[in-house]
Design a protein around this ligand. Structure first.
Ligand SMILES: Nc1ncnc2c1ncn2[C@@H]1O[C@H](COP(=O)(O)OP(=O)(O)OP(=O)(O)O)[C@@H](O)[C@H]1O
Ligand SMILES: Nc1nc2c(ncn2[C@@H]2O[C@H](COP(=O)(O)O)[C@@H](O)[C@H]2O)c(=O)[nH]1
Length: 185
């Protein structure tokens, strides 16, 4: 029997460009399966239920957690986020390359429960550029940006915990590097 492919976790501070890199990568390689998380955060304009996230109520999130349906979950900047366990396990069993885009707390939980997982940290070229990207995205009010930047300081300090670090200077370059780490190309 062939070895089960490793699960890859992509983490990094809010605004570093995780979603941008993953979207670019999946345009060329749709066979990379990206887990759709559940979240209590409200949708941003253009975000679709079941595509970008499963947008759930606090009660629904409580139930997902209580029923053990999440592989990992965390509270991040005032909202909860979690990875539905069933879909991830199905895809791994089917031999597909599986990617999770989650925060540091979630990455640490995956490391505990699935030590074979590959943890990749996406770093900004500089702190100033991270602030510019997060602010420039224009999706969060100033107080939420502040909370996310506070979290970013902790996340950047945790970079040595990861197996690999990619610096997001060029979306194209990082997408290529991530594909190589996932053994897709
Ligand atoms: N290499 C890059 N150079 C310049 N801008 C970039 C680059 N990568 C991403 N961006 C821009 O940075 C902003 C944040 O990117 P994105 O939303 O992908 O970040 P994220 O890490 O997924 O954030 P979050 O964790 O909050 O979901 C977006 O406006 C995006 O267009
Ligand atoms: N621990 C988890 N973190 C997750 C999950 N899904 C997304 N995230 C991370 O949350 C922050 C904020 O995301 P945003 O969409 O509100 O900007 C970011 O770091 C995501 O990677 C998850 O299932 N578990």
């Amino acid at each position: 029997m062939s070895e089960r492919p490793r699960l890859t976790v992509l983490s990094g501070p809010s605004g570093v460009g995780k979603s941008t890199v993953v979207a670019h990568m999946r345009k060329e390689h749709p066979e990379v399966w990206l887990s759709v998380s559940a979240t209590t955060r409200k949708p941003r304009p253009g975000e679709k239920h079941g595509v970008h996230y499963f947008f759930v109520t606090d009660d629904e999130m409580d139930k997902l957690i209580a029923n053990g349906e999440l592989l990992e979950w965390a509270e991040f900047a005032g909202n909860r986020y979690g990875t539905p366990r069933g879909a991830v396990m199905e895809r791994l069993e089917a031999g597909e390359p599986v990617l999770l885009e989650i925060d540091l707390q979630g990455a640490r939980q995956v490391r505990e429960s699935m030590p074979e997982a590959q943890l990749v940290f996406l770093a900004p070229p500089s702190w100033e550029e991270l602030v510019r990207r997060l602010t420039g995205r224009g999706t969060e009010p100033p107080e939420v940006i502040e909370r996310r930047l506070e979290a970013a300081k902790i996340e950047l300090a945790a970079e040595p915990e990861f197996d690999e670090t990619l610096v997001n200077t060029s979306v194209e370059d990082v997408a290529r590097e991530l594909l190589a780490l996932m053994d897709v190309v």
